[in-house]
Write a protein that binds this ligand. Structure first.
Ligand SMILES: O=C(O)C1=C[C@@H](OP(=O)(O)O)[C@@H](O)[C@H](O)C1
Ligand SMILES: C=C(OP(=O)(O)O)C(=O)O
Length: 408
């Protein structure tokens, strides 16, 4: 289904949105809850990716299909590797069969896992025969995806001797690794991260039962930072439930959007974004620690006619789509000028935004959501708008509620 976003302003100067739980935190905690059923979870993400994770963890089938969910694919590869006596073929969407998994599979094999490729070497689908993993030391390349590292850390406390993981090369998406370690700490699993070595202690006993509350999703919040940045001075949007000391690296939005004149004030469990006068006219950012907000920032800059240089984008090529190519293609359809390499994006200053351009979304939720705020500047069409459900199923309803005019 394609939708049209008609050029409009927010209905009120002040609006509020409640956003579902972080899909990254949820998918980690769902796996940890499967290993340690003594925990209860609140505010779990209602995203497709978290529902797929929940269903996969309780599935008795020997074929598990996780569609487009990258974290689910990587985390479940580790999870099924230690389910003794179980044989599972883990598969996904066509795109998932193009997203590399070799680094994780090799690390698990080094630990003793039995995993084979069904079609193409290095890519899903994979067949996993669960067994007891007897080794505890492994090294892996850390510059391709942090999800491989988090996957190993999530099962580490269930290995007989825990895990000693040596990270090779530059480490990408570090906040996601720290999130995993913090959640382990919250449930009572001990770990350390010194230099390039992560150690997780083994655990055989039940942990102290408690309820863990998932913070709302900061990547989803990014679209409201963008809306605030493109709105009139004085516009306020309140988002909940958020905390000042987040485990999510994308909370760096608070700092980044100051460049666009958006101030953020925490109050209890909510955050209020307010548009004030912007001080900067150009922006340069390294996003290796926050890759999921690259699309949002690129579109904010385009909407404001602001040139930008974004670096640290090497992981974007292996996400839901090649996000660098997708951004260039769609921004250029709208009249912008974008140069990309395999790890950076340069947007030239623009003066005009074309009207009623159909934006292709490439099965990528973030393409749909990142371009939506442009409706404050021009009417546009978003193709296959339902893709947003991968992380944020109520996105379009929430936009309508704050004044976006959307028709099918
Ligand atoms: O661990 C996670 O929850 C995630 C890690 C990041 O992936 P990479 O480490 O592959 O960049 C991020 O892009 C993804 O959306 C979620
Ligand atoms: C990259 C993402 O997800 P995943 O890798 O889990 O598919 C994302 O949500 O932007």
């Amino acid at each position: 289904m394609n939708i049209t976003l008609h050029k409009s302003k927010l209905e009120n100067q002040k609006s509020a949105v409640i956003i579902t739980g972080s899909k990254s935190e949820s998918n980690r905690l769902l796996l940890l809850q499967a290993l340690y059923p003594e925990f209860k979870l609140e505010n779990v993400s209602n995203s497709d990716d978290s529902n797929l994770m929940t269903n996969a963890l309780s599935s008795k089938s020997n074929v598990v299909d996780i569609h487009h969910a990258g974290t689910a694919m990587r985390f479940l590869t580790a999870y099924f590797s230690i389910q003794e006596g179980r044989e599972v073929t883990l598969t996904g969407s066509k795109r998932m069969t193009e997203r590399p998994i070799k680094i994780l599979v090799e690390a698990l094999q080094d630990l003793g896992a039995e995993i084979s490729y069904v079609d193409n070497d290095g890519f899903p689908p994979i067949k996993i025969t669960g067994k007891k993993l007897s080794n505890h030391k492994v090294s892996l390349k850390a510059n391709v995806s942090s999800q491989y590292i988090s996957a190993l850390l999530l099962i580490a406390s269930k290995l007989e001797n825990g895990l000693e993981l040596t990270l090779e090369g530059e480490i990408t998406s570090v906040p996601y690794i720290n999130m995993t370690l913090s959640l382990l700490d919250e449930i009572g699993v001990e770990s350390s991260f010194v230099g390039n070595v992560i150690t997780v202690k083994p655990n055989t006993k039940a942990l102290t039962p408690k309820t863990l509350v998932v913070e709302s999703d900061w990547s989803s919040a990014s679209y409201y930072f963008s809306i605030a940045a493109i709105s009139d001075i004085g516009t306020e949007i309140t988002l909940s439930s958020y905390k000042e000391n987040s485990l999510q690296g994308d909370s760096v939005l608070v700092e980044i959007y100051k460049h666009f004149g958006v101030t953020s004030t925490f109050n209890g469990n909510s955050i209020t974004l307010k548009k004030e006068k912007a001080s900067e006219s150009t922006i340069s950012l390294d996003l290796k620690n926050a890759p999921d907000i690259a699309q949002t920032i690129a579109v904010t800059c385009f909407a404001l006619g602001m040139p930008c240089d974004l670096i640290g984008l090497h992981t974007l090529k292996i996400k839901e789509t090649d996000r660098l190519v997708a951004l260039k293609t769609e921004i250029e359809k709208l009249g912008g000028e974008v140069k990309i390499t395999d790890k950076s994006l340069h947007l030239a200053p623009s003066t005009k935004i074309k009207e009623l351009v159909p934006i292709a979304t490439y099965n990528d939720h973030r393409m749909a959501m990142a371009f939506a705020p442009l409706a404050l500047k021009t009417s546009l069409i978003i193709e296959h708008a339902a893709v947003v459900s991968k992380s944020y199923p109520t996105f379009w309803d929430d936009l309508k509620a704050i004044g976006f005019k959307i028709t099918e």
